[in-house]
Write a protein that binds this ligand. Sequence first.
Ligand SMILES: *Cc1c(COP(=O)(O)O)cnc(C)c1O
Length: 395
Amino acid sequence: MYTNFQKYLQQELTQIEADGLYKNERIIESAQGAEIMVKGKKCLNFCANNYLGLADNPELIEAAKEGMDMRGFGMASVRFICGCQDLHKKLEAKISEFFGTEDTILYAACFDANGGVFEPLLGQDDAIISDSLNHASIIDGVRLCKAQRFRYANADMADLEKQLQDAQKCRFRLIVTDGVFSMDGNVCPLDKIYELAQKYDAMVMVDESHSAGVVGKTGRGVTERYNLRGKVEILTGTLGKAFGGAMGGFTTGRKEIIDMLRQRSRPYLFSNSMAPGLVAAGIRMFEMMTETNELQDKLHANTDYFIKQMLAAGFDCKPSESAICAVMLYDAPLSQKFAAKMQEEGIFVTGFYYPVVPKGQARIRVQISAAHEKEHLDKCIAAFVKIGKELGVIK
Ligand SMILES: *Cc1c(COP(=O)(O)O)cnc(C)c1O
């Protein structure tokens, strides 16, 4: 049996490679940070979701160690059997406090939070109205749910209104959107989404994975940015990006919604509880967020500086309110070549092209971090300018 299947896989893999879509992993020989070691060489990292630079933070490492000393290595249980320690409840309370929400439920990852949020809440009489650029985990979560599906073009409020009109016949309506879209770095227009939700009697869910810790003056995410703290029914997010970059996901929002998820959400009921070390570090991380706004301030200053310098150098950058900067090249082979040359200069950035972004919209995505010092940013910009000139992108 395997002989035929093996042949089939080999052909598929060869095709993936021929299409230029084969993913090779870069092996890092250091902690995650602004500077990383790859093949014994020091490189600058501009493609991690390590927005606040906490991935190698000594205080968090210490908190994780203490958590393990106090509460052990693993839980060996799902939450409702014997997988809930005082630490888990404390972290959930910290997350609710951070977002100004009523209650929070933890998952192993945000992928699970999104996978387990729709099916327990909505049924075939209901409507989910989803942004066309929403994250894969939202798409998968929606697939697992019997609710009717409506889709609107990215951040297109006229289209959202049309979909809401079509969905008026349904019992309940839920609009779902990413907070920040990871390819362009644009923030969802939550003010307008909220207005339309009021007008057409819909609930709102925002996935804050790329926005939490980043967007808003104090990094409370898009609900802070639009002055809508506590107004949105459901928020999901990850501890795997700005919040330390380890692992863990959550859904936070209205009390009854979270309670229902504790009863019926399958990744919560049938998957292991978060490890004590990660939970303890998560608690410390949220304490740090309330003590100081230094990291957010530095991240915002870094992002402004980087985009300003790149525009001045003649690059075409998408406007961004996040830590994601899309440097537009439009041409797929050019974006691949550009990213490879950046790597030769010791700068890690990612080239994105079709099918990850629309045809003719190829780009280099740069992710800025509070871990970057000015000299790191300047080195990155200098490499962009050098290669941009070499490849005729700028003059
Ligand atoms: C990264 C990401 C996720 C997945 O988060 P994990 O905790 O790594 O599973 C979900 N949604 C969005 C929008 C993301 O960017």
